[in-house]
Design a protein around this ligand. Sequence first.
Ligand SMILES: Nc1ncnc2c1ncn2[C@@H]1O[C@H](COP(=O)(O)OP(=O)(O)OP(=O)(O)O)[C@@H](O)[C@H]1O
Length: 574
Amino acid sequence: MKTFFRLVALVKPYLWWMALAAFIGFATTGSGIGLLMTSAYIIAKAALQPPMVALQVGIAGVRFFGLARGAFRYAERLISHNITFKILAKLRLWFYDAIEPLAPARLMHFKSGDLLQRVVDDIQSLENIYTRVLGPPLTALLVTALMWFLLGSYSVSAAMIILCFHTLAGIGVPILTMQLSRGISVGIMKHKAEEQVLALDLIQGIGELQLYGNLPAHLAAMQSAETGKLQLQRKNAVIEGLHESLTGLLMNGAVITILWTLIPSISSGATANGIALSVITLAVMASFEPFLPLPSTIKHIEADQHAGERLFEILDAKPETIAPANPIPFPSEHAIQVKRLSFTYPGSTAKALDSLSFSVLPGEHIAIVGPSGAGKSTITALFMRFWNSREGCINIGGHNITLFDPEELRRNIALVSQKTYLFAETIRENLTLAAPGATDDDLKKALTAAGLSHFASKLDEWCGQHGMKLSGGERQRIAIARILLQRAPIMILDEATANLDGITEKEVTETLTAISAGKTLITITHRLKAMEKYHRIFVLEKGKIVEQGVHSELMAGNGLYRRMWELQHMTELG
Ligand SMILES: Nc1ncnc2c1ncn2[C@@H]1O[C@H](COP(=O)(O)OP(=O)(O)OP(=O)(O)O)[C@@H](O)[C@H]1O
């Protein structure tokens, strides 16, 4: 229930609007009751053939309640939907704000499809919190009070009867529905989330699924999630039918019981007359309208609770990197010093980096090389503060990088990794990501310098899903154009050319060398190509620096570097 109250707290700023909407909802049902009461009055009275003037009040009542009902319904929908959309927009913004600092460290354990489900469906389902959960019970309560007052002023026994039947419809039927439908809404949500995860995997990994013959098994899993969802939806429909029939039954039960109680008093001429009886009958029937949605309220509480838990799981997660309260500006002098840096990934026992120390002078070009799993990419992740080390530190310009605003730090370190992500947008949008204020002229210059002059006239060309319309080399060149636009003084190239064929790799490397002139460069690679150009090379093995020097010095030794170099060059020659 804690989650539910947290969700209710979210709508606190709209409490007065919600109260107004509930009151207008009550006015709508009240007008419906008034409409039927005045209609019954006219029909019953007309049967006694009175003069026309005796019907005037009734006719005016029908006109008034008929028009008022429509106007109130419209106002109630307008206000409640307005509140709902405001709440949804607020929740979505919260979610995006919360998710951004969690990437990538805290999102590692979530599947993309599941996150998509949370941001789209879970938040959407919370729109019911006002329209189906908070509003209808309030309206039903007000209608019960109105009927108690209307009937009570006429007959106390009729008022007691309507109270009993309203209590059964407002509490008994919803509790029964809750017992019968326990777990259904949550089950439907779980199946939907499962389907979403599988659908996204299907879209993204269709090539692999086809290649390894796993497509039928994947489709079967999707089918099974769909079947599970359909079975629960069918059960849900049966229960919904049942509660609607029960509410109808109670409405008719209330009418019959009240008639049965009041008819004797007409015969005896004590309190009731025939006209009043027909008015009461129709009023009782109309008063059950706000009780119809109550059983779904209970189901929505369960669904909202589950959706809320899934959202709060993200909203409450502590980001790996928190910006300091008073960040210091990024220095203009940016010598780098890594001191006794160690790092162990959560859940792992082995150190990915073990007391690593090295320094890079401003404008110096260094390479960090080593076999797969040596910890090279972990260094990049710590520099960009995707992860944070608890042992040792990275200093830039003499300041620990934790003292900078992470966003400013990332603006000043340009990163090209092995896999450049391109959004399913135009070339322009994929470039302005790095420099939102860049002009078309800037973009064209960057494209030309990155070796993509043929794209300079195609800024509005769509890149395709994940940049599929571009070759691997072109995608890496877009990344180069991005870092040119970013104009950062420090560059990290993390296996930037690893996925390219020999000729493209050579061309892209030449472009990268040209644009890194005058900047501090850290190249991270396991491929020992053109190593002569680096001022210093650090050889990493199992998270430790085992050798360092220039290419010729390392080749003169008989260590890991030389063995890696010989192995790679022998393989290439062979
Ligand atoms: N997110 C993670 N969670 C747990 N362990 C990880 C994670 N990422 C990397 N590791 C482990 O940390 C160690 C260093 O990984 P890292 O990716 O830094 O190596 P690398 O030298 O860049 O390798 P490669 O050249 O293959 O990319 C490896 O043992 C790896 O299994």
